[in-house]
Design a protein. Sequence first.
Length: 363
Amino acid sequence: MSKDFDIIVIGAGIAGASVAAHLAETHRVAICEMEERPGYHTTGRSAAAYEPNYGPPAILALTRAARTHFQEGGFLTPRETLFFMPEGQEEAFAQLMGIQKGMEEIPIGTAKEKFPLLQEGYAKRAVLDPGTADIDVDLLHQSYLKLFRQRGGELHCEHGVEALERNGQWTVRTKDETLRSRIIVDAAGAWGDKVAEMAGRKRIGLQPKRRSIAVVPGPEGSDFMSWPLVGDVGETWYCKPQSGKLLVSPADATPVDPHDAYADDMTLAEGIERFQQAVDYEVTRVERTWGGLRSFAPDGSPVVGYDGEEDGFFWLIGQGGYGIQSSPALSRLAAALVRGETPPSDIMDEGLALSEISPRRFG
């Protein structure tokens, strides 16, 4: 027995859920998710930061275009970001300042007022981004899933795709069901290339990379929850207050195969050591750790658009570590492209070049 839809989205993380919510307004849409709940792998393991000066050019445009949705939906809680330039990171500092909007260099003394743990002599320069914020990732994700269901969409969890066949239309086989549709949207995250191979597509060269996080206690007697997100411009560590604790990460990007990611203890230890070189605070206890996957195309930009063959296979992968912050704009853009419509003007006005995200750029 099979079910027929106009569009099947593979993957119920933030990318799949958000694009499916938009598409369900005009089409019969199903989501196939291999896990028992949506957002298990990457969406549920985010540092939850809105950083409009973080990422390659395409991501910068999408993230900046997403701000209105974040603000109107109440998904943001303001939190400044403070970047330090220790000796040897002059080039990274220049690169950051070359792409930034709204950031300002501030005196080291002012930086220490905002982040009292700063070690004397560590930072040669400091730059503040006052336009950053915490994202309520779960609220955002659930809002898209709710809208998807309200519009008649069907969510099929524990429906990992076992086969994809094309015979006039797409047939998606899972262990329990067979579903058919005219269009497939590959939003499978780290498994994006595996899904594409099943569909007879050429692999993009997607590379999942592990990011490790340690949860440590904050300094007693201090109002550390009001501190900014802090890190070095060379991306060798960062620290963020969250849920009454401090998240400390080595900002690692270790290539791995798609899997249920876990933190790497050695990498975490090295990251905590770099953090402690920057601060006047000793980490004596790690309360827990976790890891997530951030998946990148070879050039670091997302892959969004129909495959070269005119058969309804649509790529939506490679968001890297920027999938949450870009999702409100990326999902609107992707939905427009799936429908064959003109891309939203507010996104294009941010300087997005469709050629930079097209799957056809890989030949």
